[in-house]
Every structure is written in structure tokens, then in C-alpha cells.
Design a protein around this ligand. Sequence first.
Ligand code: ADE
Length: 227
Amino acid sequence: MKIDVISIFPEYFEARKLSILGKAISDKVLEVQIHDLRDVTEDKHRTVDDTPYGGGPGMVMMAEPWGKCLDPLVTPESVVIVPTPSGTLLTQALLQELSTSQHLIFACGRYEGIDQRVIDYYSKQCTVMEISLGDYVVAGGEVATLVMLEGISRLIPGVVGNPDSISEDSFGADLQDSLEWPVYTKPQEWRGLEVPAVLLSGNHAQIAAWRAERGKEKTKRNRPDLG
Ligand code: ADE
């Protein structure tokens, strides 16, 4: 999969070199290119924003730098993702869908957002999706893009060593609307707290039943909306 990321803070994406994303890139499963939006500007201040029509606080990212940056990248098969709190909610199912794309372009907005005409224009050339991490606001699209990059890369076959760890995810294929159960590792006793005996029993059916039950309890407690 080819991924282009456009941002005025390319340094955020140094994190792509780490962990699962780093492995997917070095294994050539993913080809990630980071573009600095300001590189297409021609004025001394490398300006990418201006005041909003209609008034109001903050600045809006101008269409022209986005156009110059996107034109050479976009093909009819591309999916342009614009992270924004006003987008559709990111879910595991959406990550799964995105993980099968050939080419993703992340357009990281800052300030009050990107001139709407960029979204309208490229919606006629390819697929454009405005996606939100959740009902809260962070400073820009960079962090949201990193979340999506990591979420997508681990779903690409071969990136995560053991495919069971994907299907057993909270929200994954096996658990669906139930959250993952609590997990334990050595030592067997820590500060007077014991690992539940069933996990030491070697009885796989009992262990599976225990995990399902704890998962259900946790879902009820932490996410009653999923029940
Ligand atoms: N940019 C700012 N807040 C965001 C959010 N919640 N999701 C995606 N992009 C954002």
C-alpha cells in the first residue's frame, strides 16, 4: 500500500519509523511519503492560511497550496482522508476497510480547517473521507493520522506476526461488541495479588469461558453503550 501524508509539521511523522509501522515500512508492505505543505508555497513566509470568509476567529487553510500538493498525488483509485472532528467516526470496521486500499493520502489540516472547496474538488476526482477520532478536539490532523496509520498497518496481512492477536482485539472479528478480557503474566504473585487460578489450570475450555465472562463484565462496566 502506498501512503502519502501532507502536513505543515512533517516532524510528527518521525514516529512512523517505530514499532509496527516501522516494520511494515522496512518490510516494504507500506510505502510512506511525507510532504511538507509549505514546500509548494512561493512567498517569503511560506503562507498556507488566511482569514475566514464570513468572519470569526482563527485561520483557514487556503485551497491553492493543497491543490498544488494534491494534484501530482491523486489518481482515481486514491482515497484522500481528511482528519477532522466534524468527520465520520473512526471505527475498527473503517480501519479494516481502509487497510484494503491501494493508495491513501492523509491531508492534515490545522487551524480552523481546510477550505471546503478542496474537499469538493477532489471528491470529483477520487474518494474523499472526512474522519474523526472521536467527540473531542486535538490541535490538528497529525495525531489523528498517526492513529489511523498505526491502526491500518497492523491489519495488513503479514504485518502482525500472529493473526490471532488481531481477531481477538476489542472490536475485532472474534470479540465484535465485547471488550478484551484482563491479561496477566509472570510472576504468579505480585504484591500479594495472585493470577486467577483458572489461567494456570491448562483447561482451555474453562479459560475461554472465563475470558468471555470477564470481557462481558468489563464491557458492561466501561462501555455500557455497547451492551
Ligand atoms: N483534528 C482535531 N480534532 C480531531 C479529531 N477529533 N479527529 C480527527 N481530526 C481532528
